[in-house]
Design a protein around this ligand. Structure first.
Ligand SMILES: N[C@@H](CCC(=O)N[C@@H](CS)C(=O)NCC(=O)O)C(=O)O
Length: 211
């Protein structure tokens, strides 16, 4: 049986998501650390982004697609419901997380603490402050979504939760977002419960290089 190889930095929220998917499925994987646009990534992702996957002759990019491949290619617990509505709801939340939430929560807010800093190395306060209203609105949406069953879709841990969980890991570490989450009981309980799963514990992002 070919080895599953996940390529990208373990600090990446998207790399973490595909590692959670493999761990939940009970599939061991090799993690090959690679920086953005490195030859390992550029050989598979057209923009040189992470993560990418190698599995025998299969190569793949885009986190949601990689998770779906892992889910369908291996035995083990289903990471997405089999019924039409449940499967479509996973797509709905995955799309919302990746196209509406991630740009504000990660690209604008979180990266203004880690990468898009001011010339003196301090957090980019104007960008952080500009992101806060949108961040709070999205977190409220997630709080209401998980209030009923403790998951984004149905009553099991799906790829939708797996996409959100590593982003929440970073948001819990930063002051404004941590305070917002603390005011949202259903989302706080969701995070405490799902971040304790062995699949996430084993894939938890290490500190950013040089920090
Ligand atoms: N839509 C892509 C996004 C991948 C992505 O943006 N990954 C980030 C790391 S979390 C990255 O490679 N950033 C470096 C860059 O954009 O140059 C996916 O779902 O996999």
């Amino acid at each position: 049986m070919a080895t599953l190889e996940i390529i990208g930095m373990p600090q990446s929220n998207f790399v973490c998501t595909v590692r959670i998917a493999a761990n939940e499925k009970g599939v061991s994987h090799d993690l090959t650390s690679a920086r953005p646009r490195s030859p390992e990534l550029a050989a598979i992702h057209p923009m040189g982004r992470m993560p990418v996957l190698r599995h025998g002759d299969v190569v793949m990019f885009e986190t949601k697609a990689i998770c779906t491949y892992i889910d369908r290619a291996f035995a083990g617990p289903a990471l997405s419901p089999a019924d039409a509505l449940g499967a479509a709801e996973v797509e709905q939340w995955a799309s919302f997380i990746n196209t509406s939430f991630q740009p504000i929560a990660m690209m604008e807010y979180t990266q203004s603490y880690f990468f898009n800093v001011l010339p003196d190395g301090s957090p980019n306060r104007p960008r952080i402050d500009a992101a806060l209203p949108g961040l709070e609105k999205h977190l409220g949406i997630f709080d209401r979504a998980v209030a009923k069953t403790g998951h984004l879709v149905g009553a099991s841990f799906t790829i939708a939760d797996m996409l959100l969980l590593p982003m929440m890991f970073y948001l819990k570490k930063l002051p404004e977002s941590a305070a917002m989450i603390a005011r949202l009981p259903a989302l706080s309980a969701w995070y405490e419960r799902l971040s304790a799963r062995p699949a996430f514990v084993a894939a938890t992002p290490p500190p950013m290089p040089g920090r």
